[in-house]
Write a protein of this length. Structure first.
Length: 406
């Protein structure tokens, strides 16, 4: 049966439409405006705001985490290292009880390079959702331009949706001198990925790594540098390149030792997380206590003011305290808060979690409330277009037109 959501204030991904009726039939939005048709289920959304389903544009995920994300209104997660590639996610794409996912597969990094330093010796993260059997993922360890070039077609063939490059010398993680891609290897890999028509993204936590990535022609930066304040040169370099930025402010805060305690103390969050996730959220990475959150927030605002596309992402992964301060779904709302703290308006922050990531990752079927698009929707009490914390007042979530049950 079709559904009409009535009396909702509608944010369409870019602007506030005011109170509208939104009709869902099957998996798509079929009408915006007018009265509810006869014979449909009516959801009276008086006092609430209807948003496009939210994105998390930087995660490491599994089925349990995708289900958790959906409970917070996150309908699409973009995996930046993991196994949710095209051949391995068919069952996820058809399961409306969890967020949809796209994946880089595994990022190009030298042997012994990032992220190996993050994990205790012999640590093997356990999947929370029973990953499907299949060919083993491509592990693209590359120390030369030739090796990087050779791995690109393998990543494409194995189902990566975009290609990620790790540009990290370990200095932020407390492991200076970590093996790192050099400029020639990065340049060659990015150029080859572009020859295959692939979007490229880079992990870069320092200004120097950011500069290397932009020089190579990277399409997006899935972290924001945190080793120093920005200057006009690096902001202009990013802006002129056309690259987008996923700042992951919540991750940078965690690297500085700032826990997610404030978020965990919110009953709207704690009521949806189990003990393992609560423990993780109340912890932090803590590898870079000398960092200054103020510098990161100022850099976000400078990039935004320069016209750089900002996307909401968190770097949430598994419920382990040494990967702490983050939780799937919940941390998207924390990141929205940080973007507003940085100086974006609530509408601009919401766009960074909806229309902008959909556009930059080529997911043209979602990210906005428009006729013919997927009915990925979240209904929240209050008005997050003026009070960003209202995004946590979840009243209902739809994924492809199917309403999530409690």
């Amino acid at each position: 049966m079709a559904t009409a959501i009535t009396n909702a204030r509608v944010f369409d991904g870019e602007r506030v439409l005011g109170e509208q009726t939104v009709v869902i039939d099957g998996q798509v939005i079929t009408r915006i405006g007018g009265d509810a048709p006869e014979g449909v289920e009516v959801v009276d959304a008086r006092g609430a705001t209807l948003l496009p389903g939210l994105f998390d544009a930087h995660v490491h995920t599994d089925e349990a985490s995708l289900a958790l994300a959906l409970r917070f209104g996150v309908t699409t997660e973009l995996e930046m290292q993991g196994t949710s590639t095209k051949p391995r996610r068919g069952h996820i794409s058809e399961n409306d009880a969890m967020a949809d996912v796209r994946s880089a597969g595994f990022g190009i990094t030298p042997p012994g390079g990032h992220p190996s330093e993050l994990f205790p010796k012999d640590f093997r993260p356990g999947g929370g959702g029973g990953r499907p059997a299949g060919d083993p993922p491509v592990m693209p360890f590359s120390a030369t331009p030739q090796e990087a070039v050779a791995f690109i077609p393998k990543l494409v063939a194995s189902g990566s949706d975009y290609i990620k490059f790790m540009v990290d010398d370990g200095s932020i993680e407390g492991c200076p001198g970590l093996p790192m891609l050099d400029q020639a290897t990065l340049d060659a890999g990015v150029a080859e990925a572009h020859r295959h028509g692939m979007l490229t993204v880079a992990h870069a936590l320092t200004v120097d790594a950011t500069r290397m990535s932009i020089k190579a022609g990277i399409g997006g930066l899935v972290h924001l540098f945190m080793d120093r304040p920005h200057d006009a040169e690096i902001i202009d370099l990013i802006a002129e390149s056309g690259a987008f930025v996923v700042p992951c402010v919540v991750l940078n805060a965690s690297m500085m030792g700032i826990t997610g305690d404030a978020l965990a103390d919110d009953e709207r969050v704690s009521s949806r997380l189990d003990e393992a996730w609560m423990t993780t959220l109340r912890s932090s990475f803590g590898h870079y206590p000398e960092g200054k959150l103020e510098h990161v927030l100022n850099s976000v605002k400078a990039l935004h003011d320069a016209g750089v596309d900002i996307l909401v992402g968190t770097d949430a992964s598994v419920p382990m305290p040494f990967l702490g301060g983050l939780a799937h779904g919940a941390s998207v709302h924390h990141e929205l808060h940080y973007l507003v703290q940085a100086g974006l308006t609530p509408v601009e922050a919401l766009t960074a979690a909806t229309a902008t990531p959909a556009r930059r990752f080529g997911l043209d079927d979602r990210g906005r409330i428009a006729e013919g698009l997927r009915a990925d929707l979240v209904l929240v009490d209050g008005d997050p277009t003026t009070t960003i914390s209202d995004t946590l007042n979840t009243r209902a979530v739809w994924r492809r037109g199917t309403r999530l049950t409690a």
